[in-house]
Design a protein around this ligand. Sequence first.
Ligand SMILES: *Cc1c(COP(=O)(O)O)cnc(C)c1O
Length: 813
Amino acid sequence: MLKSKQEFKEAFINKLQTLFGQSLDESSIADKYVALSTMIKEEISKLWYQSNRQYRVSKEKQVYYFSMEFLLGRLLGSNLYNLGLTEFCSEGLKELGIDLNELEAVEHDAGLGNGGLGRLAACFLDSIASLQLPGHGCGIRYRHGMFEQKIVDGYQIELPDNWLRDGYVWEVRKADRAVTVKFGGHVRLEDQGGRYVVFHENYEPVVAIPYDVPIVGANCNTVNTLRLWSAETNHFDFPSFSKGDFLKAVEKKYSLEATSQILYPDDNYPEGKTLRLKQQYFFVSAGLQSIIRRYKRTHGATPDDLAKIHKKIAIHINDTHPALAVPELMRILMDEEGLSWEDAWNTTRQTISYTNHTILPEALEKWPIEMVERLLPRMYMIIREINERFCAVLWEKYPGDWDKIRAMAIIADGYVHMAHLAVVGSHSINGVAEVHSNILKKEVMSNFYQVYPYRFNNKTNGVTHRRWLAKANSALAGIITEAIGSSWLAHPYELASLHRYAHDAELQDRIKAVKQANKNRLAQFIQEKMGIVVDPHSIFDVQVKRIHAYKRQTLNALHILDLYNRLKASPGLDIEPRTFIFAGKSATGYYLAKHIIKFINTLAQVINNDPDVGGKIKVVFLENYSVSLAELIIPAADVSEQISTASREASGTGNMKFMMNGAITIGTLDGANIEICDEVGNDNIVIFGLTAEEVLNYYKYGGYNVLDVYHNNPHLRLVVDQLTNGFLPVSPDEFNCIHHSLIRANDEFFVLKDFAAYAEAQEKINSLYRDSAHWQAMAINNIAFSGRFSSDRTVSEYAIGIWRIKPVVIREV
Ligand SMILES: *Cc1c(COP(=O)(O)O)cnc(C)c1O
């Protein structure tokens, strides 16, 4: 099909006819999108088949990345890019009068995740395939992904995300690979000649159907698989139906299928709902069953063969959400394959590895014992046995130290502690940035670190530079390639050669012009979408991420209010014009975060409409932050706001995307910001605020009194007071909760403590920006030293250090 542009055009027109019985002129843009995507998928399918076949034949070890979330975004553009077909198709379509970008925009984002964690999983899949590694994703095909956010009267409104409405071109339903997952019921053990046989009775079966999405590697023939599980059932309650109770018959079907209906929209704040636990077991059990089934076909099915699965399979769990993989793999190996506890345990532990994503206490998953026991009786039995054996080991090591043992137990205080299960049941535990991994070892998991020092390691996060630079900012990528050649695309560390051109006036001008074009595009989007006119020559100062107290959008907002106060007091105030851009979703039940959104929108309303400001500052809150919106915003940013309370953001990945696109970071010494600072050097980043160590010391020993700060800084006192004194055009108690979190709750996230340092850092940004040549040099240096933050680097560290897998070069046949 794709030998020449001419052939491509003919094939495209032909595809429109065969799919829709329509000519080019008659077909809608949506039909054109489907036709092109279908053609691309057919190309991918050939490589997919070859990849699967050669994986089977080579018998090389495979990794399976289990994640409750995969925030893929759109796939047409990235598939074209990875296949090396972007130019070809774009030109061919242009000759037919079609704009490829418009076709790409037809695709619904696959928003099967909340934020950073799910996007990380998507970046990893891209890098795994692009490094020609045999690795696959396993997750849930949510019928409704991340809700669509509307802003109405300044408030977040949630609309269901009906992303499958028009079908999803990239998936393949594999009904013949369905498996059954069992919930509830009773488990009975029967002694049959010295061997226990397990009977699970009266359970509720849920049929799991896999939908496979091809994951295309860049510039190679590798196509891996993301397997997403959907709960479906053939169950139909005929007795009720024949008694005339049609509704009851259908209800049962819906309740079984509810398992994969919705993504829980809470980031770093798990809701303890039974349905969520059900989702976790659902995809873990389905995924493991299908992996073991394939293993037996390829590597043999005797207990001896199964005792060696860790030699051919690595299973990685993204946070604790899939931690039931530990007892479920034990169950399969013992109950279904006849292994002894010892053999099963040995194998399970050597197969599974775990990434911790947060140290926020409220985000650590725990499930009430009775909920686990009721919903997953066999899981509970196995977890209890793991716990007893683990506690026995601890008892040997720390005789009599009950406090320590209770603190480390998997089952304690009425709960099953998922992080403990994950640590005990895996051979590798990693954090996602140096500082975070060190905090795990020294603080949060120091008990476990003492018992298993060799299991702990760090793998600093990364993002795929293909999507976030080459594709999202193709003009910038083009300039980089003209300056240093194209090998950075395959070897992102080579971006470092840009450093030599940091002061090259011509390159500076060209990069500045691209940034300006990206800002113009965003300014136009803002005007069309919101009717707000922003100055495209102002500093674009951007904070886009989930709304969370620890991410401190409040700090940014209070500083804007302070700037506004100062502008009102002295209208001649000589500042560089700035546009403050926010976007981000709040969890549905997160009262404080929702009011932070309202606060930002209230500032926008006041400031954008005040003639005294003279357009010097504007505030914009863009609704419905998503991967696609990020791809529009990030290339247009001058300033990247990464201002979380030190120690609270495990890594962050937004920070890396901005850096790659030449934005200057204003940030705290938190997460990967620290490593970004190490890479670019102090002169190319603006750092402020408490260190992680200082914050952790305050948490441990106290010593922070917010009122000291409040009373000693009149500017700060004014903005805090303005939250509740009627200054803002909202009901006077609208922002009580923000005020309360700052003052009465003693400012848990050190917003006021860091305020003065932040304001000073913002002044530094202001003066740096005014020296344009200097600013451009900083921007170039940020791009140059972003190579370390490609997920290619991250994934190759996982492959070598944890998964022990090596590339399989797929030949085109
Ligand atoms: C990268 C990304 C995130 C993570 O951003 P952080 O700043 O690291 O929190 C969240 N949502 C989307 C859509 C992203 O692309």
